[in-house]
Design a protein. Structure first.
Length: 253
């Protein structure tokens, strides 16, 4: 039987390798492309989103190579989603990174404190991401992003949101925020309901090390596509929320 300390050492090596990519991969490889996009790209937002996607594609390539016991099962239809509001459950910090890797044209909500961080805050602003809260100094940023959201979606971009607002620690679906449904309703966009599973087995909440030795499948599946007849009847955000919760098999109180 293999020594548990050996497993922990391997987890440590993989973790250091992944974080090294975040630091040195950005500094030595991608930083130049971001600067070039900021200086010369006609559509800076699209260029930054594409670079973000490429960066995390490499990151997940490293994870797949160094943690082969985790099998990845992603519906082929997921990567083909365009011009939609995507809602998904949230169980690990890996979840938003995976969505960025999957979709070259994307927007999402980011916690307000990240916009104040050096470099990272600059990147997420240039990428067209918007703050989870539209209050205070973020109100103007939220308004500007919402004014362009309909055209962004019509142009093939996706908005992905984790409507629980935070990671689930027990895997259960928590209370949903209607924000995503309100945006879909305003922009007359379809809603895709997705379920992600087992990313928390690879990178668990509250833990620093990746769990590379666990043998299981990480999956991302489409549960439901909601496309109301907006031309003849615009449903309420509450009605859209009800359809989302039904897709997750959650009973409303």
């Amino acid at each position: 039987m293999s020594n548990p300390s050996t497993f922990r050492f391997l987890d440590f090596l993989v973790t250091i390798l992944c974080w090294a990519w975040f630091i040195f991969g950005f500094l030595f490889f991608f930083s130049w492309f971001y600067v070039g996009a900021a200086l010369f790209a006609k559509n800076q937002e699209a260029s930054f989103q594409r670079l973000n996607s490429r960066f995390f594609q490499v990151f997940f390539g490293i994870l797949r190579l160094t943690a082969p016991s985790h099998q990845w099962e992603i519906d082929e239809e997921v990567a083909a989603i365009r011009s939609a509001v995507i809602v998904c459950n949230h169980i690990s910090y890996l979840d938003p990174l995976l969505f960025i890797a999957l979709f070259e044209r994307h927007r999402t909500l980011v916690k307000g404190r990240f916009f104040s961080l050096p470099v990272f805050g600059w990147i997420i602003k240039k990428s067209g991401y918007f703050p989870a809260s539209g209050e205070g100094r973020f109100s103007r940023m939220m308004i500007e992003q919402m004014e362009t959201m309909k055209d962004f979606l019509l142009g093939g971009g996706n908005l992905f949101i984790f409507p629980e607002g935070t990671r689930s620690l027990d895997g259960r679906i928590g209370e949903l925020n209607q924000g995503a449904m309100k945006i879909a309703r305003l922009c007359k966009a379809p809603i895709y309901v997705l379920r992600i599973a087992a990313t928390d087995k690879l990178f668990s909440p509250g833990k620093f090390l990746f769990q590379t030795r666990v043998q299981q499948s990480i999956s991302l599946k489409i549960l439901k596509r909601i496309e109301p007849d907006y031309q003849h009847h615009i449903p309420s955000a509450a009605a859209l929320e009800e359809q989302v919760t039904e897709a997750y098999g959650v009973r409303q109180s």
